[in-house]
Ligand binder design. Structure first.
Ligand SMILES: CC(C)(COP(=O)(O)OP(=O)(O)OC[C@H]1O[C@@H](n2cnc3c(N)ncnc32)[C@H](O)[C@@H]1OP(=O)(O)O)[C@@H](O)C(=O)NCCC(=O)NCCS
Length: 194
């Protein structure tokens, strides 16, 4: 168990991905119950994750991926800032928790608020965008809770479970998120904290 914490919340923390995490990722990314929500549809083979981790080190300027852990260090998921654009000051977010027992407990909202704090208040980004497949109502709900709003739809963009689905495009601007963050911080983090 590793208690390294780059971004620390009350119940979850975000830290760099470690080699020891990779067997968990391989198991999660070969589970169709999870991958139906993601862009992954081919089997993840031995060595794929090692190659991916090696690649991450070289593209820190545009892609930052964090492991999500519980306070005791248990690994539960992954969340990242991708396609960071330093001119437009934008980035794409994505996330997953590998096991269904960790869904719907508020971990996603907490982790995403920590990541948005880092994106807006440390990296000085101004707009963060994401998307989800129309049937993934849980993802839509947690994005909305973190301030993301629908910007548009790609009609019948993704083939999943035997049919085509819309992809819903979402985004949150720093100025809108700051209002949410003020309320969130008072509720979830220590008084007088950051
Ligand atoms: C999407 C994901 C990261 C969200 O994290 P999470 O911890 O489950 O989300 P939270 O618990 O913080 O928030 C979920 C919100 O959706 C609501 N929700 C939970 N289950 C739901 C369901 N089946 N239908 C509709 N809403 C649901 C919750 O009530 C909560 O809103 P509320 O607090 O206002 O009640 C996580 O569920 C996950 O990893 N899912 C599988 C992979 C995935 O979908 N990744 C995202 C691809 S875009």
């Amino acid at each position: 168990m590793n208690t390294l914490a780059f971004l620390k919340g009350k119940r979850v923390a975000l830290r760099p991905v470690l080699k020891a995490d990779l067997p968990h990722f391989m198991r999660w990314l070969n589970d169709p119950a999870m991958t139906q929500y993601l862009a992954v549809y081919l089997p993840v083979m031995e060595g794929d994750e090692e190659e991916w981790l090696e690649g991450l080190r070289k593209k820190k300027q545009t892609d930052l991926v964090f492991a999500i852990t519980l306070a005791n260090g248990t690994l539960i998921g992954v969340m990242g800032l991708h396609r960071i654009d330093w001119k437009d000051r934008t980035a794409l977010t994505g996330a997953f928790f590998g096991e269904a027992r960790h869904w719907g407990k508020g971990y996603g909202t907490e982790a995403k608020m920590l990541l948005l704090d880092y994106a807006f208040n440390t990296l000085n980004l101004r707009k963060i965008y994401a998307s989800y497949i129309a049937f993934n109502v849980r993802s839509g709900a947690y994005q909305k809770k973190c301030g993301y709003r629908e910007e548009g739809r790609r009609k019948l963009q993704h083939f999943r479970n035997g049919r085509y689905w819309d992809e819903i495009l979402t985004a949150v601007f720093k100025e809108d998120w700051l209002q949410l963050w003020g309320k969130y911080r008072r509720k979830y983090f220590r008084r007088g904290g950051r």
